[in-house]
Write a protein that binds this ligand. Structure first.
Ligand SMILES: [Zn+2]
Length: 251
């Protein structure tokens, strides 16, 4: 069992929405609700709540739990049963991959879902060129955006472009590309270099509001890195049965 669950009183920070539903349940467990220096962060909501929790408390172990008001649960995955397993130390931690983008000028951003290169002028497409491990991969893509996704992020934005997801590697999705080449999946250790042939554009990560501007001729690199944040209960958070209920709008 991980050492945090052996503590007499676990310092827990909660973030997300509808926290008034979560907080009474937490009274049943040996935890103290804190904002500073938590041992564990519980995000209550969807992917956005988890991403926000990682930004606010980078590196602190997390457990993402969907709020039942907006996310129906399959019979196996009530909040209370997830909390019971969590505090009993029965949930296995998973370390997610991170994607890190670095502009030639030094500015850098990272995300656990994806890096996004997006046009800033809605009327015109951007053009970009991609190298993988130093070899020219796509000489020119004319598209609305480029998404470079982790497997974790591949069920989100990547999937909405490519209509598919993947479990290993890094995914590149070329949103609304002129040549209709929708996506590619490459090895996890790949070093990606992107040159913006025609901008302007912005580069962002996940749902972070911070965006890095890029002009024509700018380049940036993207690579995957093992994250050091343990996530507990990811298989519950990503349960397909829960997902089906959500997708069908059942409450
Ligand atoms: Zn479920």
């Amino acid at each position: 069992m991980d050492s945090i669950f052996q503590k007499k009183e676990i310092r827990v920070a909660v973030v997300g929405r509808n926290l008034e539903d979560l907080l009474p349940m937490l009274k049943m467990f040996p935890c103290k609700i804190v904002e500073e220096s938590p041992d564990l962060v519980i995000s209550h909501g969807g992917d956005g709540a988890l991403l926000g929790a990682e930004r606010n408390y980078p590196g602190v172990p997390k457990c993402p739990i969907r709020d039942h008001r907006e996310n129906p649960k399959c019979p196996r995955h009530s909040e209370i049963s997830t909390l019971q397993k969590l505090f009993a130390g029965q949930l296995k931690p998973v370390m997610l991959l991170k994607v890190v983008a670095k502009k030639a000028s030094g500015e850098s951003i990272s995300g656990i879902n994806e890096i996004l290169l997006d046009r800033t002028q809605k009327a015109s497409a951007i053009r970009y060129r991609i190298w993988v491990d130093g070899e020219l991969f796509r000489p020119q893509v004319v598209a609305d955006s480029l998404v470079i996704s982790t497997p974790f992020g591949s069920t989100g934005y990547f999937q909405s472009i490519s209509r598919g997801n993947f479990t290993t590697g890094l995914g590149l999705a070329f949103n609304n590309a002129m040549d209709l080449m929708g996506f590619a999946v490459i090895g996890e250790a790949s070093q990606i270099t992107v040159e913006l042939l025609r901008g302007p554009a912005v580069m962002g990560a996940d749902n972070d509001s911070r965006l890095i501007p890029l002009q024509s001729g700018d380049t940036f690199t993207v690579h995957a890195k093992q994250n050091t944040t343990p996530l507990y209960g990811l298989e519950i958070f990503r349960c397909v049965d829960c997902y089906d209920l959500r997708k069908n709008g059942v409450h």
